[in-house]
Design a protein around this ligand. Structure first.
Ligand code: CTP
Ligand code: CA
Length: 230
């Protein structure tokens, strides 16, 4: 890692990293959200900047401190995130989807604040959001490395890798960082443990601080680019 920083192995590269969790508006004051903290995406942005990259961080409700020397674009919903990421794809050498986009959004967000109706309950119709990672992977405006994340509840390490490879194939991305979220252990914590897979299989593993994991992910991106050049 110290060596990668010293060599500035991402020098001249523009990388785009998404972080945080999106909010889908139910009405003007309420939303559907998730527990993503944005820490892994922030760590990825900081690590890439240290390795010499020009970095754009697309931040969805990230409350953690944002790294210096990184351009930040704030987004709210999955639709905003999709627009911003596709807008940046044309200038990106690498795109990393570390954000947790909401998978569903209200079919008809209410213009006014939703009111209680006597003692009746409430049902809200949801529709699926755009799959940002799959869209980016399918419509590449230039050669670039695209990295996704997968949060899975897996029974074993082998099962996690199998789920990861299937998801990578479905999304069409180059690398997928898989972590086991059984028990809700990851969210908001500094430490994590991941397996990085490509279409060929496992290409990296990392455990520990999210900054250590971030550097392992950039190592895998650099290695996969070298692989393609051959
Ligand atoms: N992702 C995305 N757009 C979405 C949903 C997910 O770009 N609307 C990205 C995430 O940022 C992540 C990857 O897809 O990099 C995998 O997210 P995950 O939630 O594990 O997979 P899903 O495809 O949403 O499938 P499911 O939640 O049903 O397992
Ligand atoms: Ca999802």
């Amino acid at each position: 890692t110290v060596d990668a920083v010293r060599r500035r192995d991402l020098d001249g590269r523009h990388v785009v990293v998404s972080a945080g969790g999106t909010h889908e508006a139910l009405d003007p004051v309420r939303f559907l959200g998730n527990a993503a903290s944005g820490l892994q995406g922030v760590a990825l942005a900081r690590a890439a900047a240290l390795r010499g990259a020009t970095v754009t961080l697309v931040a969805a409700h990230v409350t953690a401190a944002l790294p210096a020397g990184v351009q930040v674009q704030r987004v709210s919903s999955t639709a905003d995130l999709a627009d911003t990421m596709t807008g940046l794809a044309g200038e990106a050498d690498a795109l990393v989807m570390a954000a947790a986009p909401a998978d569903f959004t209200p079919a008809r967000p209410s213009e006014g604040k939703i009111k209680k109706d006597g003692d009746a309950g409430l049902s809200i119709d949801l529709v699926q959001t755009t799959d940002v990672l799959a869209t980016l992977s399918r419509h590449r405006p230039r050669p670039q490395t695209i990295v996704g994340f997968a949060a899975e509840t897996a029974a074993s390490a082998d099962a996690l890798v199998a789920l990861g490879r299937a998801k990578l194939a479905r999304k069409g991305c180059d690398l997928l960082v898989c972590n086991d979220v059984s028990g809700g252990a990851v969210f908001g914590r500094a430490e994590n443990s991941v397996v990085i897979v490509s279409a060929e299989g496992v290409v990296g593993e990392a455990a520990g601080d999210k900054s250590v994991i971030a550097h392992r992910i950039w190592d895998a991106v650099v290695a996969s680019e070298k692989e393609k050049d051959r």
